[in-house]
Design a protein around this ligand. Structure first.
Ligand SMILES: CC(=O)N[C@H]1[C@@H](OP(=O)(O)OP(=O)(O)OC[C@H]2O[C@@H](n3ccc(=O)[nH]c3=O)[C@H](O)[C@@H]2O)O[C@H](CO)[C@@H](O)[C@@H]1O[C@H](C)C(=O)N[C@@H](C)C(=O)N[C@H](CCC(=O)O)C(=O)O
Ligand SMILES: Nc1ncnc2c1ncn2[C@@H]1O[C@H](COP(=O)(O)OP(=O)(O)OP(=O)(O)O)[C@@H](O)[C@H]1O
Ligand SMILES: N[C@H](CCC[C@H](N)C(=O)O)C(=O)O
Ligand SMILES: [Mg+2]
Length: 486
C-alpha cells in the first residue's frame, strides 16, 4: 500500500513542515528498529526511551518521512512534520493511512477496571451467533470473524490497531468490539477512531503505578467518553459511584445500567449457583451458565449494547443464554475425587473480592476454600497487601505465591503481600514461591468437596520471570496434578 504523505496527515495539528509532503510512504512505524526506506517514523516519548533520540538513526537507515513533536535538523530530501502531540498524530495518521476503517464498521469500545474482556468476548460471540461477521480486540485474543490473531496488549498500539480494523473491513466485518485500556486512552492509542458506542464497566484500584493517583486514573477513563461523537451511545454503570462522572461532559447519548439503582437497563439476580445464573433483565427471565454477580453485570452490558445497536430483545436473550464463560474467567472443573478448581484472572483487589464473594454465596460452609494468589512484578505495588488481606478474609486457607514476577524478586513481592495479612490470619497463610508447587500443595491438602481458587493468571499461557516467558498454564497444571495425585 502506497500513500502520499499529504493525503494522510489531515486532522493533525501541523506546527511546521520541513521538506515535501508530496512524497509517498508504504508503511508506518513507531520503532526505529523497523524504520527504513519507504516508511514513516513517528517519534514519540515513552516511559523508557524518547523516539526523538532515534531520528538520526532512522534517516541513516533510509527513512525519509518523520513526524515528531520537536524540531530537529534534517538533511535535504527528508520530510519532517512537527506536530503538537505525536502520540495523538500517530493515531490520526494511522487511521487515515488505513482508510479510516473505524468509520466503515460499527466499533464499540469498553473501558473500566474489570469486565472488559468478558463483556467484549460475550458481545463478539453474541454477534457472531446472530449471523454478523464480527471483530474482537481483547486481552486474550484478537478475532477477525472466525480467524484468530494472537493478542499482545489489551489495546494494541495505534498502527497495529488500525491495521487490524482495516483487515476486519476487508473481511466484511460489520461490528468490532474492543477493550479500551486506561494506558491506551492515556497514550492516545485510540486517537482518530470513530466509535459507535462507549461502555463503562467499573473503576477500582489498579495501575496506580502508571497513573500516579486515583483522580488521574479516573480522568483518563473519562476522556474516552468526553471524546465520543454525538452519534455514539455512552453506556454507563451507575451502581459504580464514578459511573456518572464518566458521562458528565460527553456529547454522546447517555444510557445507564445497574443492578441496585434505577436505570435504563436493569438486572436482578434470581439464582446464583455453580451451574449458572438465573437473571431478570428488564422484566424478562434469562438463564446463563456464567457464574457470579459480576457476570450479571457483564451479561446486562452485552444485552444493552445489542439493543442499542438495533438487535431484537428476544433473539438477544436467546443467544445470551447459550454463551459459555470466557477463557480463564471463573472457569471451573471438578476432579474425580470431587475437588473443585476455579481458574480466574482476578488480579486486582476488587476482582479478587468479587470472585471470593461469589464463591461464598454459592458454597456450603462445610468445605475448605483454598486461595492461591500472587501479584505481578513491575506493576502497582499498592495492591499487594490488599489482595493478600482480601484472600485471608474470604478464604479458609491461603497460599501466597508468584504471579509474573517480571524483573522483581518474587520473594520480595510475597513479603509485600504478607504485610497485608492481619495477625489473626497468620495461621491460615503459607508462602510457596513456585506457582506449580503452590497449586500442588493445595491439591494435596484438599478433600472431597473442597474448593481451590487459582487467581491472577486466567488465560495466560506463560509465567514471566526475569524477562523470560516460561510455558505456564494454571488450568493445564491443575488438570495434570489432579490426574497424577487423585
Ligand atoms: C507502559 C506502556 O504502556 N508501555 C507501552 C509504550 O511503551 P513505552 O512508552 O514504554 O515506550 P518506550 O520503550 O519508552 O519507547 C518510546 C518510543 O521509542 C521507540 N523506540 C524505542 C527503542 C528503540 O531502540 N527505538 C525506538 O524507536 C519505541 O518504539 C517507542 O515508540 O508503548 C509501546 C508501543 O505502543 C507499548 O508496547 C508499551 O507497552 C508495554 C509493552 C506494556 O507492557 N504495556 C502495558 C502496561 C499495557 O499497555 N497494558 C494495557 C492494559 C493494562 C490493563 O488494562 O490491565 C494494554 O492495553 O495492554
Ligand atoms: N463486571 C465485573 N465487575 C467486577 N469484576 C469483574 C467483572 N467481570 C469480571 N470480573 C473479575 O475481574 C477479572 C478480570 O475480568 P476481565 O478479564 O473480564 O476484565 P478486564 O477488564 O478485561 O481486565 P484487564 O484489564 O486485565 O484486561 C475476572 O477474572 C473476574 O474475577
Ligand atoms: N493487563 C494486566 C494484566 C495483569 C495480569 C497479572 N497476571 C500480572 O501479570 O500482573 C497488566 O499487565 O497489568
Ligand atoms: Mg482485558
Amino acid at each position: 500500500m502506497e500513500k502520499v504523505v499529504r493525503d494522510i496527515v489531515y486532522g493533525i495539528s501541523l506546527q511546521k513542515v520541513i521538506g515535501s509532503t508530496e512524497v509517498t510512504v508504504e508503511a508506518l512505524t513507531l520503532d526505529s528498529r523497523n524504520a527504513g526506506a519507504g516508511s514513516l517514523f513517528f517519534a514519540v516519548a515513552g516511559t523508557r526511551f524518547d523516539g526523538h533520540d532515534f531520528i538520526a538513526k532512522v534517516i541513516e537507515q533510509g527513512c525519509r518521512v518523520i513526524i515528531a513533536e520537536k524540531e530537529v535538523a534534517v538533511p535535504e530530501g527528508v520530510t519532517l512534520i512537527v506536530t503538537e502531540n505525536s502520540h495523538k498524530a500517530t493515531g490520526i495518521v494511522a487511521s487515515n493511512f488505513y482508510g479510516e476503517p473505524s468509520r466503515q464498521l460499527k466499533l464499540v469500545g469498553i473501558t473500566g477496571t474489570n469486565g472488559k474482556t468478558t463483556t467484549t468476548t460475550l458481545l463478539y460471540n453474541l454477534f457472531m451467533q446472530l449471523g454478523y461477521k464480527t471483530g474482537l480486540l481483547s486481552t486474550v485474543v484478537n478475532k477477525i470473524g472466525a480467524e484468530t490473531i494472537p493478542s499482545t496488549h489489551t489495546t494494541p498500539d495505534p498502527i497495529a490497531l488500525n491495521a487490524l480494523l482495516a483487515q476486519m473491513v476487508d473481511a466484511n466485518c460489520e461490528y468490532c468490539f474492543m477493550e479500551v485500556s486506561s494506558h491506551a486512552i492515556h497514550q492516545y492509542r485510540i486517537a482518530g477512531l470513530e466509535f459507535a458506542g462507549g461502555v463503562f464497566t467499573n473503576i477500582t484500584h489498579d495501575h496506580l503505578d502508571y497513573h500516579n493517583t486515583f483522580k488521574e486514573y479516573l480522568d483518563v477513563k473519562k476522556r474516552f467518553f468526553d471524546e465520543l461523537p454525538v452519534t455514539a451511545f455512552a453506556l454507563t454503570n451507575i451502581d459504580d459511584k464514578n459511573g456518572r462522572v464518566m458521562i458528565q461532559n460527553t456529547r454522546a447519548k447517555v444510557v445507564t445500567y445497574a443492578m441496585k439503582s434505577p436505570a435504563d437497563y436493569k438486572v436482578k439476580v434470581l439464582e446464583n449457583q455453580f451451574s449458572g445464573l438465573v437473571l431478570n433483565i428488564n422484566g424478562k427471565e434469562v438463564w446463563s451458565r456464567l457464574v457470579g454477580d459480576f457476570n450479571a453485570y457483564n451479561l446486562l452490558t452485552a444485552y444493552a449494547v445489542s439493543i442499542l445497536l438495533g438487535e431484537e430483545e428476544e433473539e438477544v436473550l436467546r443467544v445470551l443464554s447459550s454463551l459459555e464463560s470466557v477463557e480463564g474467567r471463573f472457569q471451573y472443573f471438578i476432579s474425580e475425587s470431587g475437588v473443585v478448581a476455579i481458574i480466574d484472572y482476578a488480579h486486582t483487589p476488587d476482582a479478587l473480592e468479587n470472585v471470593l464473594k461469589t464463591i461464598a454465596n454459592i458454597r456450603t460452609k462445610n468445605e475448605t476454600l483454598y486461595t492461591i494468589v500472587g501479584c505481578g512484578g513491575d506493576r502497582d505495588k499498592a495492591k499487594r497487601p490488599e489482595m493478600a488481606r482480601i484472600a485471608c478474609e474470604l478464604s479458609d486457607k491461603v497460599i501466597l505465591t508468584s504471579d509474573n514476577p517480571r524483573s522483581e524478586d518474587p520473594n520480595q513481592i510475597i513479603e509485600e503481600m504478607n504485610a497485608g495479612v492481619p495477625g489473626y490470619h497468620f495461621k491460615k497463610t503459607i508462602s510457596v514461591v513456585d506457582r506449580k508447587q503452590a497449586i500442588k500443595t493445595a491439591i494435596s491438602m484438599a478433600e472431597k468437596g473442597d474448593i481451590i481458587l487459582i487467581a491472577g493468571k486466567g488465560h495466560e499461557k506463560y509465567q514471566e520471570i526475569n524477562g523470560i516467558k516460561y510455558d505456564f498454564d494454571d488450568r493445564q497444571i491443575a488438570l495434570e496434578l489432579f490426574e497424577q495425585m487423585m
